[in-house]
Design a protein around this ligand. Sequence first.
Ligand code: G6P
Length: 376
Amino acid sequence: AAAEKGGFETFMAKEIHEQPQAVADTLRGRIDETGQIVLDEVRMSDQDFRDIDKVFIVACGTSYHAGLVTKYAIEHWTRIPCEVELASEFRYRDPVLDRSTLVVVISQSGETMDTLMALRHAKDQKARVLAISNTVGSTIPRESDAVLYTRAGIEVAVASTKAFLTQLAACYLVGLHLAQVRGIKYADEVSAILDELVAAPGKIAKVIENLEPIRQMARDLAESKDGAARVLFIGRHVGYPVALEGALKLKELAYLHAEGFAAGELKHGPISLIEDGTPVVAIVPSPRGRSLLHDKIISNIQEVKARGAKVIAICEEGDAITASHADFVVETPASPTLLAPLLTTVPLQEFAIELATALGRDIDQPRNLAKSVTVE
Ligand code: G6P
C-alpha cells in the first residue's frame, strides 16, 4: 500500500502533489494549430455553440465549486449569462431552458446520481449538455451532447483535489471555446489567458514547494484551544468559491465547523461569529489590476481583526499590504484574477489535510462520506 501511495502518507497527499501534472495533462493537445480549443466528443456543431444564449452549470460538492469559478470566467469572456446550481436543486425546480441553453455538467466520477438526474431534466427540455468528467465512458458523458475529459488519473482519496484543479482547467477551456466560436470580443485577452493557462502547472508546482508555512499554521491551530472549534473562510469574486472549497475540505477531513463566506456578506451576519482567536482564512486577490477588490478584502480583514480574529491570508507574492494586516500570509505566484483559483486552492487543501492529521482523522476515508454518490 505504501508503494501505491508513492512514498506519501496518504493518497490525498500524493494527489495534491500530482496536481501540476494533472493540469498539464488536461491542457495537452486541447488547443489546435489554429489556436482553437478541441473538445473530445462533440455531437454539437459550431453553429449550435453560436446559438447558445444562456449557460447553466450543474454539479455537486467540489465539482459545484469548480462551476462557481467558471461563471466568473464565462460571463467575462463571452458575455453569455451563466448560472450555477447544485444538481439536487436544479432537478426539482423548473429552470427555464430550451435548445439554445447550454447545460455544463461537471462530475469527476461521471456517475453522481443527482447530477445524472439534472442532466436528464435538462435534456427533457431540449437543452444541449456538455459534460466535464474524469471518467471515460461513464454515464454522464455518455448521455451528454459534448464531452471534455479531465485527465487527473484515478483519484482515490474521497476528498477531491487534483480532480478539482483539472475541472477548473477544463472549464476555462470551455469558456474560451465558447468565446472563440462566437467571435471573440476579447481576442487579446483570450490568447493571453491561453498562455497563462499553459504556465499554470509550473506555478502550481511552486505553490506545492512552499506548503510548509501553512502546515505549521494548521498544526498550531490544532493545538490551540480555538483551533478545534470553527474556522471561517472569506473571499470575493473567484476567491469566494475558493473559500467555499477550503471550508468544504476542512469539514470533510477534520470534521470541524468550517464556513466559507463572500467577504462582503460578513457585515450581514457572519461577523457576529468572530470571537477572540477565531481563525479566519482570507483569499486575497492580486493587488495589481483589480485593486478595488483588493482594497475591499483588506477592509474585511481589518473588520475581523478588530473583533479578535486570527487572520491567515492567501495572497500574491510580494503583497506587502496584506502582509502588514494579516497575522500569517501564504504567498502564491502572480496570476490573472480569473485563473488564481488554480493556485489559491492548493494551500487550503494542505491546511485541511494537516489539521485533520493533527486531530487524528482518517484522511483518505473520512467518516460518512463516499467518493461517488450513486443514490439521490
Ligand atoms: C461526493 C464526493 C465529493 C465530490 C462529489 C461530486 O460527495 O465525496 O468529493 O465532489 O461527490 O462528485 P462528482 O464525481 O460528481 O464530481
